[in-house]
Design a binder for this molecule. Structure first.
Ligand code: C5P
Length: 255
């Protein structure tokens, strides 16, 4: 069963925690459906708040995806992944375009970080393929984003990663080539039901609805603005519940 990940893209910890609090009810709805509701801490929030926000979200009972997309020399990425594990995050990621040595160093950093914390099972480490904001024709040399994403995913599997960040358009092919257990996490999700928040694609380009991404085989769906930008005090919780319903095939598509 696919799980929903809410991107807490805020400039300060208080705002992020306030939204997380509003989403506690939706987390119960996700659990009733046999899944979990994740919180995602990305570059904006982590740069402002540091590791404390991860600890606070964990204290609230949420699994946390630390989305810092490391891309540097192998030794630096190895240490960065070790530090990401030390925050208590359940999932973190690197850019596959950093190459084999960088990715293998990240896998080592993950194991070292997990051993240092006494984890029996290491957090999930994913490789970013091609950002969902990249449209066909935008990659240097005219490469097709979906073909490039699939190529990078096969490399990621070989280099020891647990899965990839990819658009819904690539998930099915990646699962076919890399195996059903190879995780596909998909941003660029826009709900079919419209409520005024993040309902266009915004800066995203390879976009799918929640139901389409689930059908394509994505294991985790990342949604930010359609939840965080939903108007009214109940807006974020209502939006999250509607997206969960769409993921389960019980949502309705509005014209
Ligand atoms: O607001 P929206 O739903 O577009 O947010 C998507 C989130 O997923 C953002 O936090 C963005 O950084 C992240 N992301 C993405 N594309 C990727 C990896 C992460 O949009 N390939």
């Amino acid at each position: 069963m696919a799980e929903l990940v809410v991107a807490l893209d805020y400039p300060a910890m208080d705002a992020a925690l306030a939204t997380a609090r509003l989403l506690r009810g939706a987390a119960h709805a996700a659990e009733d459906a046999g899944g979990r509701l994740w919180m995602k801490v990305g570059l904006e929030l982590f740069t402002a708040s540091g590791p404390e926000v991860v600890a606070r979200l964990k204290d609230m009972g949420f699994p946390v995806f630390l989305d810092l997309k490391f891309h540097d020399i192998p030794n630096t990425v190895r240490g960065a992944v070790r530090s990401a594990v030390a925050t208590g995050a359940d999932m973190c990621n690197i850019h596959l375009s950093g190459g084999e040595r960088m990715c293998r160093a990240a896998v080592e950093g993950l194991a070292e970080g997990a051993a240092a914390r006494g984890y029996g099972v290491a957090p999930i480490l994913l490789g970013v393929t091609v950002l969902t904001s990249v449209a066909p024709g935008e990659l240097p040399g005219g490469a097709d984003p979906s073909a490039e994403a699939a190529r990078l995913a096969v490399c990621g599997r070989e280099w020891g990663l647990s899965g990839v960040v990819c658009s819904g358009y690539e998930a099915e092919g990646i699962k076919r080539r890399c195996g059903r257990d190879f995780i596909c996490l998909t941003p660029g999700i826009r709900p079919a039901a419209r409520d005024g928040a993040g309902t266009g694609g915004d800066d995203q380009r390879r976009v799918m609805t929640p139901a389409e991404a689930v059908r394509a085989g994505s294991d985790y769906l990342v949604v930010g603005r359609p939840v965080t930008g939903a108007p009214g005090p109940d807006g974020p919780a209502d939006a999250a519940r509607r997206i969960l319903a769409e993921m389960q095939g019980t949502g309705t598509r509005e014209p």
